[in-house]
Design a protein around this ligand. Structure first.
Ligand SMILES: Nc1ncnc2c1ncn2[C@@H]1O[C@@H]2COP(=O)(O)O[C@H]2[C@H]1O
Length: 991
């Protein structure tokens, strides 16, 4: 917008165009529907429109500033150009131009040919429509690259700068090209005039005034005639013998206005007639140009100032005013009262102040909406005329006090101390003989200090405290003062300062009771406790302290009264009154304490007056102590309520489990859960704590509490903050014990999780005992099944997730997630991307596992053929052949009961023996063969035995050592010969 306005010459039409074209201006003009806002309009919509309006007003403000700057700078430039031009023309007229200057002017003239082009006003018009004037051109073919001819260029004049048109399109440096081109022009200018006389005549015959008028009206209409591109070009300056002036007009360049600006003294070969003609033409040109130019310039500049500019400015200011008023009205209607905690932030003024703010003179050109809003806060600038204009800063509003600010609270503490001084000392000095002639001055000084504090409080502090009015903090000093003066507190403060002490003059300084009005400052004392209660980390202490102060003060008053009564009756006149022995205050205070608390024995009252005193003291004691004890109980119970609730719940749960006879282990886990949850949160259910707060505050609190965890969640870091705000209140906190499964593979997923504390393990593998990943604080899991990427089947958990130690997780339900995420496509995309990548990873892992299993199975088939389970036929035959009860048969059929391995070895040996015996005396070869066969066949039944024998024989290459009992067993079954042979057989190496 700014650039448009800057480049546009006819500022007024451009201005109005800009305004009309701008969206914000269209919005600014209030439509009937807009102004007729129904009260039922949704608050959100109002808010949004309010924000929009604020933005628009800001835009208008910028718009005004920019356009005003443009107007100013344009005007200055116009004036400057105009003055320069006039000076130059005057010089020219007087023929004072040096030759050198003439050449430069010549070229300058060429930048904006004819008188028309010299008009700054017109130049701007031109530059608006066509940004450049092409004033020269080269049309030489086959020129060297880089040479001015090659450029075939035209000089242009744009925004006060000269340049070479073609250089812009080529990569050549514009400055270099322009320089070269100018040099070239100057070189040939001596040989041939730049502009022919005929061209000049032609232009002049077209009535320049007309051209000017048209140019102004139509924005270069005259130039368009000459050049469709809107440029005013001179004929080719390259000296070409074939080329004549006529060609310049009628040939290719016929559309150009050819002007000859000569008069160069170097052109000496002209005849005097021609010279005279040239001079007269030149003069005509200059005269006409000057007249037109002068007229135009003056008119333009004045018009600029007087009409459009003013109109536009006024219009815009008017709109700004209207919109500011509307905005303030709307704001006053919808703005929520700030919470006490936000009071320190700059707050808007009460509505009536806003209205006053609107009285600001918006006609000031520098006014801005920002200023208006600032003015809202400073609407009243007149100095205060009421209380202490000098000290109180009059009507300034920059030093109001925040009622919850530190300065004010500290000051209230000081005032409270002086109140307490008065409250304790006035009864004390009135009853006890503590004010003597010697210390009177000290008391007087202390009294004066306390009084000064009271005075300062009223003069400098109380009336500056800002207050809430219809939801707005009122910060105006005049209003805060009025507010203070309206209150009862002001009246009490004034009464408490009444200098009744002056009566000392009449009644003497002993009459301290004249200071009793000072006790009316008690409101400040209450206020300070109230404020400290709010700002202290543990308000229970403040409450207990307050109650204790009351109690002690009652006892103090009783002590004073007791002493006064005793003094009245006469010290030590009976057993009840104060005896006068010891420190009077300490004794009387002890008496009063015993009476009030009914602890300890006090002397019995004897007189009626004493009885009345005691009765009232007892009553007060009962009342005050009942109150005190009740309060302290409340305070303590409030402080420990959450803990006792937790204890109660834990006890009930454990009791229930005991009654149900649940396993001890389970009970222990539940106990662990209670302990861990309490340690972590100091409450069992956080969610209900903030129930009573509005949603925005709840969100803020939840964000502050969980920010540490949530800041680690990548999902939220990558997405808008709004998503986090939306979800934070929906997060539920859950605790898992060590080894607990958070979710199981194949379950339907209904929640996703964010790890708040601890670690979880994602389990996988064929037996779900392989840890695929360990996730820690800030990690998100359980989202795959929620997103249901794989259609209906996709809502199943893809892995087991187990808590590694104790872990605390945020749970987000599927519905909550879906509800929120639907508006955040970014987050959706991130979650889906992550889910897909996890799924791909899992799929790849599962494929790999399947492949490994398959290859393992294949190995078994090839490498380990299974042996038949049925005993071989030969063995069956042998067993049948053996006597049933023989140890060999028993061994073969049942095996040993003692040492299996040894027995089997034995059986093996025996069997060999039996085989031998079976074969009898048949040749050894056959027996051996048989034995081997049997052995081979037995291997099927007891591979361990056989292999162990084999191993022993192979590896150690020694005889198998049978135990004696085994040998005996074998020998007892078979004859000695057989035994021999069997032993030898048994000892045979297998191979
Ligand atoms: N290989 C893995 N690495 C990390 N996390 C995983 C992996 N596989 C599954 N998960 C997470 O474990 C979750 C189990 O439940 P979901 O399938 O809903 O979502 C799953 C993922 O968030």
């Amino acid at each position: 917008m700014a650039s448009e306005a800057r480049s546009g010459r006819p500022l007024s039409p451009k201005f109005s165009e800009t305004i009309e074209n701008n969206l914000f201006m269209r919005k600014v003009i209030p439509s009937p529907t807009r102004s007729r806002n129904s009260p039922k309009v949704n608050e959100d919509n109002i808010r949004r429109s309010l924000e929009e309006i604020s933005r628009e007003i800001k835009d208008i403000e910028d718009f005004i500033t920019v356009t005003e700057n443009i107007i100013r700078s344009e005007r200055e430039r116009d004036r400057e150009l105009y003055a320069r031009e006039r000076r130059r023309k005057a010089d020219e007229k007087r023929g004072k131009i040096s030759d050198e200057d003439r050449i430069i002017i010549n070229n300058k003239e060429n930048k904006a040919p004819t008188a028309i082009k010299q008009s700054p006003v017109l130049s701007r018009k031109n530059s608006q429509k066509s940004p450049s004037f092409k004033i020269n051109s080269y049309k030489v073919k086959k020129a060297k690259p880089g040479s001015p001819k090659f450029l075939k260029s035209k000089l242009y004049f744009r925004n006060g700068k000269i340049g070479c048109a073609d250089a812009e399109q080529s990569s050549t440096s514009n400055i270099e090209s322009t320089h070269a081109l100018i040099k070239h022009i100057l070189k040939y200018e001596n040989e041939k005039p730049l502009v022919s006389l005929e061209s000049v005549e032609k232009v002049l015959s077209q009535e320049p005034e007309e051209q000017v008028g048209r140019a102004i009206e139509n924005g270069h209409a005259s130039e368009s005639n000459a050049n469709e591109k809107g440029s005013l070009d001179l004929p080719d300056l390259v000296p070409s013998p074939a080329r004549t002036n006529e060609e310049g007009i009628n040939g290719n360049n016929a559309k150009y206005i050819d002007l000859e600006f000569s008069g160069s003294p170097e052109v000496t070969n002209e005849d005097p007639q021609q010279q005279a003609r040239k001079d007269s033409l030149q003069n005509r040109i200059i005269d006409k140009t000057e007249n037109v130019e002068e007229e135009m310039n003056t008119q333009e500049i004045e018009n600029l100032d007087n009409e459009e500019q003013k109109f536009v400015r006024e219009q815009v200011h008017h709109l700004v005013r209207r919109f500011t008023a509307r905005t303030n009205k709307m704001r006053s209607r919808i703005e929520m009262p700030p919470t006490p905690s936000s009071s320190s932030s700059p707050s808007p003024p009460p509505p009536h102040q806003s209205i006053e703010a609107l009285k600001i003179d918006t006609l000031d050109t520098k006014v801005s909406t920002r200023n208006i809003f600032q003015a809202d806060n400073q609407s009243i600038r007149t100095p205060g005329k009421f209380v202490c204009p000098t000290f109180c800063g009059g009507g300034r509003n920059d030093d109001v006090l925040d009622p919850q600010g530190k300065v004010y609270i500290y000051w209230l503490c000081v005032v409270s101390l002086s109140f307490l001084y008065n409250a304790w000392v006035i009864p004390l000095r009135s009853s006890f003989p503590f004010q003597t002639e010697e210390n009177q001055d000290i008391w007087l000084a202390l009294d004066t200090c306390a009084d000064l504090i009271y005075l300062f409080d009223v003069l400098f502090f109380k009336h500056r405290v800002m207050y809430l009015f219809e939801g707005f903090w009122v910060k105006d000093r005049k209003l805060t003062r009025k507010n203070y003066m309206r209150k009862l507190q002001f009246k009490l403060d004034i009464i408490s300062m009444i200098p009744l002490d002056l009566l000392y003059l009449k009644y003497g300084r002993q009459a301290v009771y004249f200071r009793f009005p000072r006790l009316l400052k008690i409101q400040t004392f209450w206020e300070v406790f109230k404020l400290i209660d709010r700002v202290m980390a543990s308000p229970h202490f403040v409450r207990v302290a307050k109650t204790m102060t009351y109690m002690l003060y009652m006892i103090h008053l009783t002590a004073c009264a007791y002493y006064a009564y005793s003094a009245y009756q006469g010290l030590g006149t009976n057993r009840w009154v104060f005896s006068g022995k010891g420190h009077p205050y300490v004794r009387c205070f002890a008496f009063a304490t015993k009476t009030a608390t009914s602890i300890g024995k006090n002397p019995k009252p004897e007189k009626e007056g004493e009885l009345v005193f005691m009765t009232s003291a007892w009553l007060m004691g009962v009342f005050v102590f009942a109150l005190l004890i009740g309060q302290i109980r409340d305070i303590i119970s409030t402080a420990t309520r959450t803990q006792s609730e937790y204890r109660q719940l834990e006890d009930e749960t454990l009791e229930y489990m005991r009654r149900q006879n649940l396993p001890i282990n389970l009970q222990r886990r539940v106990k662990g859960w209670f302990k861990f949850t309490w340690d972590q949160q100091r409450t069992l259910d956080e969610s209900h704590i903030l129930d009573s707060l509005p949603a925005n505050l709840k969100t803020d609190i939840a964000l502050s509490v969980h920010i540490q965890t949530l800041s680690k969640v990548q999902l939220f870091a990558d997405c808008e903050d709004a998503l986090l705000r939306e979800l934070v209140l929906k997060l539920r906190s859950v605790t898992f014990l060590a080894g607990d499964y958070v979710c199981r593979k194949g379950e339907v997923g209904k929640e996703m999780y964010i790890i708040k504390l601890g670690q979880v393990q994602v389990m996988g593998g064929p037996n779900n005992d392989e840890v695929l990943a360990t996730l820690c604080e800030g990690s998100v899991f359980g989202e795959i099944s929620l997103l249901a990427i794989n259609g209906a089947e996709g809502n199943r958990r893809t892995a087991d997730v187990r808590s590694r130690g104790f872990s605390n997780l945020f749970v987000l339900s599927k519905s909550d997630l879906n509800e929120a995420i639907v508006y955040y496509p970014n987050a959706q995309a991130i979650l889906k991307k992550r889910a897909r990548s996890l799924m791909r990873k899992n799929a790849a892992r599962e494929r790999e596992e399947a492949r490994r299993n398959a290859s393992r199975e294949a190995d078994v088939v090839i490498g380990n053929p299974t042996r038949p389970n049925t005993p071989p036929k030969l063995l069956k035959t042998v067993i049948q052949a053996l006597p049933e009860e023989s140890p060999a048969a028993m061994l073969l059929t049942r095996g040993s009961k003692r040492n299996k391995k040894r027995r089997e070895t034995l059986t093996d040996t025996e069997e060999s023996k039996n085989e031998d015996s079976l074969r009898g005396s048949k040749n050894e070869m056959i027996a051996q063969q048989t034995k081997c066969t049997v052995e081979n066949e037995r291997r099927a039944l007891s591979p361990d035995l056989l292999s162990s024998i084999e191993d022993e024989l192979k590896n150690q290459n020694k005889l198998i050592n049978l135990t004696d009992s085994e040998k005996a067993l074998i020998m007892s079954t078979n004859d000695p010969n057989e035994h021999q042979s069997s032993t030898s057989n048994a000892n045979l190496p297998k191979n």
